[in-house]
Design a protein around this ligand. Structure first.
Ligand SMILES: Nc1nc2c(c(=O)[nH]1)N[C@H]1C(S)=C(S)[C@@H](COP(=O)(O)O)O[C@H]1N2
Ligand SMILES: [Mo]
Length: 240
């Protein structure tokens, strides 16, 4: 089986270049995913993961970036801001996050376009922990997320944000989240499709109305619940 690079998430130009580049890479045994004309080998993230999947090349994540490149953020310079309708606006460093009670999850990751990766291990801190520490004020209804890429945004209702398998993740596939996967820190919303798991997380804002994010403005549902075939079993809070 070959990778399908014709997902609607891949711009037309990249798709064309991508298929050519991909076919070239198959000979090398690597799965190439093209973003903005650049070929990215998934070999680094596949190495040692021990994961199987629907493609024969390793962990089978496709690397997505709206902007066509990946922000460079050193572990030392990383900052996460929690602000908005909270009593205690807070800025976390990566060490701050690592010092908080960790949560580990092993789940199937599923993109709305059809590809999935089983048994992915994630580690991070529950979003609910950060929200409780910040002290959500009355009148708040949701959370907006921002990315270091300056392009992606996401949102959750407060109920969704408090689910126990919604985490601010600093490990993925058993090691620190790599740059292409959204490191040092990304969101992982286990009960929803992959587009909710915003990469290069920079800010969490508590807000008084749901602000549809990038993918929602491009037609995906704000409540991006998985279709139930992945073994993720959260109550479907907030279904419209
Ligand atoms: N900042 C940012 N986050 C993002 C995206 C993106 O393009 N930019 N793509 C989303 C989509 S559609 C999916 S399926 C997953 C893919 O995660 P991966 O790139 O680590 O495979 O990231 C999500 N988070
Ligand atoms: Mo996706």
């Amino acid at each position: 089986m070959t990778a399908d690079l014709t997902s609607p998430e891949t711009p037309e130009e990249s798709r064309r270049v991508g298929r050519r580049a991909f076919l070239g890479l198959v000979g090398l045994g690597a799965l190439g995913v093209v973003i903005g004309g650049k070929v990215q080998s998934a070999l680094s993230s596949a190495a040692g993961s021990g994961l199987g999947g629907i493609f024969p090349f390793g962990n089978n994540f496709r690397i997505y970036s709206i902007t066509g490149n990946y922000p460079v953020i050193s572990p030392e310079s990383y900052r996460l801001q929690v602000s908005g309708l909270v009593d205690h606006p807070t800025t976390y460093t990566l060490s701050d996050l690592r010092a908080l009670p960790p949560t580990t999850l092993v789940k199937t990751f599923q993109c709305v376009t059809g590809w999935q990766v089983p048994d992915v291990e994630w580690k991070g801190v529950r979003l609910s922990h950060l929200l409780d520490a910040a002290g959500v004020q009355s009148g708040a209804v949701g959370v907006t997320f921002e990315s270091y890429d300056g392009a992606d945004t996401e949102s959750l209702t407060l109920d969704q944000a408090h689910l126990s398998d919604v985490i601010v993740a600093y490990e993925m596939l058993g090691k620190p989240v790599t740059r292409e996967h959204g490191g040092p820190v990304r969101l992982y919303v286990a009960p929803m499709f992959g587009y909710k798991s915003l990469k290069w997380l920079s800010a969490i804002r508590v807000v008084d109305r749901i602000e549809p994010g990038y993918w929602e403005q491009n037609g995906y549902p704000t409540n991006g619940w998985l279709d139930g075939t992945t073994g993720n079993t959260n109550p479907r809070l907030g279904l419209a």
